[in-house]
Design a protein around this ligand. Structure first.
Ligand code: AP5
Length: 218
């Protein structure tokens, strides 16, 4: 199964990834994580992407498609994908469709995590992340350890610079303008499943499972 996880910044895409990957035996490909890993490693790609990310803007399509194609060409990416944060524009969706068609594959579902806007700023500005492994916490809902050391990998827990008020609010505007139209695009293809993402992580996980296992929504 090839699954797209669509939703505004802070909707809980990353939080739901672990359960989905395990349940459906998928490889998770998160473009935000790829850009951050490149930035941490000081690559030219990471430095270029950072200029856009820190302002809450999308990284240009051509660069984004190139890094995704590179990742999807790797041997471990041939059987079942969970795409988190890609595509984010209709152009990216069209390129993905062409790429998969060349491999006689397709997108099976686009799962939209739907959540009221007012909850998103709380989730984004309260998020803390591990700089090394990307694990996330939330100051109110899942507080990080007091010493800000990641219990999974020993990395430093920090606030992403695009989770500050200004960049986070820009990301929400960019989502509405450039990414939200993809929901209709996938709906027109009969691939969209919508899940309310404002309950607890466990409630959202259950709703996702039910949505993926029911017959196609009309
Ligand atoms: P990316 O890293 O993908 O960020 P995003 O899509 O904005 O998503 P987030 O990581 O902010 O949120 P999430 O939905 O994963 O939420 P999470 O689970 O962490 O992209 C960053 C940037 O990279 C983009 O802005 C862009 O510049 C660039 N980029 C990436 N892909 C691109 C593309 N395709 N094209 C161009 N540019 C691209 O949860 C958020 C918080 O809420 C956490 O603290 C969590 O603990 C908490 N939480 C989660 N679920 C719940 C719940 N059910 N109840 C209570 N709290 C919850």
């Amino acid at each position: 199964m090839n699954l797209i996880l669509l939703g505004p910044p802070g909707a809980g895409k990353g939080t739901q990834t672990a359960a989905l990957v395990k349940r459906y035996n998928l490889l998770s490909v998160c473009t935000g994580d790829i850009f951050r890993a490149n930035f941490n490693a000081g690559t030219p790609l990471g430095l270029e992407a950072k200029q856009y990310m820190s302002q809450g803007l999308l990284v240009p399509d051509e660069l984004t498609v190139r890094i995704v194609v590179d990742r999807l060409n790797q041997p471990d990416a041939q059987n079942g994908l969970l795409l988190d944060g890609f595509p984010r524009t209709v152009y990216q969706a069209e390129e993905l469709e062409k790429y998969l068609a060349n491999k006689a594959q397709k997108v099976d579902h686009c799962l939209l995590l739907d959540i009221p806007q007012k909850e998103l700023m709380v989730r984004l500005t309260g998020r803390r992340s591990c700089r090394s492994c990307g694990r996330v916490w939330h100051l109110n809902f899942a507080p990080p350890p007091a010493d800000l050391t990641c219990p999974t990998c020993g990395g430093q827990i920090y606030q992403r610079d695009d989770d500050g008020e200004v960049a986070a609010s820009n990301r929400l505007k960019v989502y509405l303008a450039q990414t939200q139209p993809l929901a209709q695009w996938y709906k027109d293809k009969g691939l969209l499943k919508t899940v309310l993402a404002s309950g607890s992580p466990e409630e959202v996980e259950k709703a996702i499972r039910l949505a993926l296992e029911e017959k196609d929504q009309k």
